[in-house]
Design a protein around this ligand. Structure first.
Ligand code: GLN
Length: 464
């Protein structure tokens, strides 16, 4: 990805020009033009001496609007945080900067990362650059389109239930969600803390591997961050392997799956077998339980995480009139949050309340436990699980926004990895007869991102 003879300033300027001509896609909510150019010219001063370069020297990166970058706005694309400036940088962001990356701007998303279409942003819709009447996916829609339309080299998003893999699928690019604990969540606005993970978008596996190596690894500011050694993802890419792959027949037989997507994956399975990989069916009986379990658990966590936005310490505060403190909270939150977020806070509060806790929250936790156990069992015999990333290709604006259940059911294949805490990737392999791309999703055992990157690299090289 390093840009040969070009100076960093020229590279940044070409991205800025492209961002300007693509402004209607609404991928960026803020562009740090002057700052990025200054940084590029500083980096150009050491161009003659590669021994002084950081691992991401001159790499131009965009950040989802849920990642803190000191001194820059971070709003979760919500009115309640409009104009809020981060007072520190997320660990992942700081590591990018320390390795000479250039942060070019802040990317649009669904409010507080809740959604699958980027229709829930206070900044408005992001358009899919391949067909502007269609959604880019969500919640990291801006991050996906920024890479899709060449408005940066790599972007960061967050994935709580598919928000990196699903928009990657809809936009025809790579999107990886590392295993839970691989990347520190310090400085990531929390949605559902036991599910949230920073993820990455790119058009090639080398860039994913390189940036992932830089931002991963133990962090004293996040106790859930793994202290396992970060593998050398870049050198691992060179290895050619035969994989042991499982697939769940239930995932391909599901009535919501587009028949063309099903056919493509079935054909790929035959191809993989003839290439010498082991590909076997493994029965998975929980498919219809994973979306409900996901929405009970994540809304419960969200209702707690979002209680901090109350108009007192930071963000929006209602102009009044205010009778008492409770009225201040109520008005601020009623005015500041959008409908999707309000709905989820109420749902989460409900499933945690006395009398309902055991029926919903505790039950969903039990389902999660069963899913984790089943996952361990599968990975005791296989290295990978493959399935579709999404049951359909990118849909049109408005097509699902009035039907919450249908929108939620679109997360059928992605929420599994977050419930189990395993890594997942969407690999852009296919094109539908409607002209839209779609991906193959691959998942590996806990913190085994290397396997995903190797597998993706092999498949993409073959499809070139
Ligand atoms: N679409 C899912 C949701 O709405 C996933 C969101 C995410 O991964 N942040 O919750």
């Amino acid at each position: 990805m390093i840009h040969g003879e070009l100076r960093c300033v020229e590279v940044v300027q070409s991205y800025l020009d492209k961002i300007e001509t693509s402004a209607h896609l609404n991928a960026y909510v803020a562009v740090y033009a002057e700052e990025a150019l200054n940084r590029a010219s500083q980096l150009d001063q050491k161009k003659h001496d590669p021994t002084t370069w950081g691992n991401l020297y001159g790499v131009v990166i965009g950040l989802k609007d849920v990642l803190c970058y000191e001194g820059h706005e971070v709003t979760g694309s919500s009115a309640i945080l409009k104009n809020h400036q981060a007072i520190y940088s997320a660990t992942a962001v700081q590591r990018l900067i320390d390795q000479d990356a250039i942060i070019i701007g802040n990317l649009n998303c669904d409010e507080f990362a809740m959604g699958s279409s980027n229709e829930n942003s206070v900044y408005g819709n992001v358009l899919n650059a391949l067909d502007e009447s269609r959604v880019p996916g969500g919640s990291s829609g801006g991050s996906a389109v920024a890479v899709q339309a060449d408005l940066c080299m790599v972007s960061l998003g967050s994935d709580t239930g598919g928000s990196v893999r699903q928009p990657a699928d809809f936009c025809g690019i790579l999107g990886i969600k590392p295993g839970y604990g691989r990347i520190s969540r310090y400085g990531l606005l929390a949605y559902a803390s036991s599910f949230d993970q920073i993820g990455l978008f790119s058009k090639n596996t080398e860039d994913l591997a390189l940036v992932l190596s830089v931002i991963s690894g133990v962090d004293e500011f996040d106790s859930t961050c793994s202290n396992e050694t970060v593998p050398n993802y870049v050198s691992a890419l060179k290895e050619e392997k035969k994989f042991k792959i499982a697939y769940f027949p239930e995932s391909l037989e599901h009535p919501s799956l587009d028949p063309e997507i099903r056919k493509s994956i079935e054909t790929l399975i035959i191809q993989l077998k003839s290439d010498g990989h082991t590909v076997e069916p493994v029965s998975f009986n929980y498919l219809d339980h994973i979306v409900p379990a996901y929405y009970v658990l994540t809304t419960a966590e969200a209702s707690s995480n979002l209680s901090r936005y109350d108009g007192i310490k930071f963000g929006y505060r209602t102009p009044g009139p205010i009778e008492d403190l409770n009225a201040l909270y109520k008005k601020t939150r009623s005015e500041g949050f959008g409908n999707e977020v309000k709905k989820r806070i109420m749902l989460g509060t409900f499933v945690l309340s006395t009398g309902y806790y055991d029926a919903y929250f505790a039950k969903a936790q039990q389902v999660r436990r069963l899913i984790v156990e089943k996952t361990d069992e599968v990975f005791s015999s296989y290295e990978l699980i493959i399935m579709p990333t999404v049951p359909s290709t990118a849909f049109r604006f408005g097509e699902k926004s009035n039907d919450a259940i249908e929108m939620f059911l679109g997360d059928l294949y992605t929420v599994y990895a977050n419930l189990a805490g395993i890594p997942g990737i969407s690999i852009p392999l296919f094109k539908h007869s409607n002209g839209m791309p779609f991906g193959l999703q691959a998942m590996s055992n806990r913190l085994q991102e290397t396997v995903l990157l190797q597998f993706s690299n092999q498949l993409l090289r073959q499809s070139d």
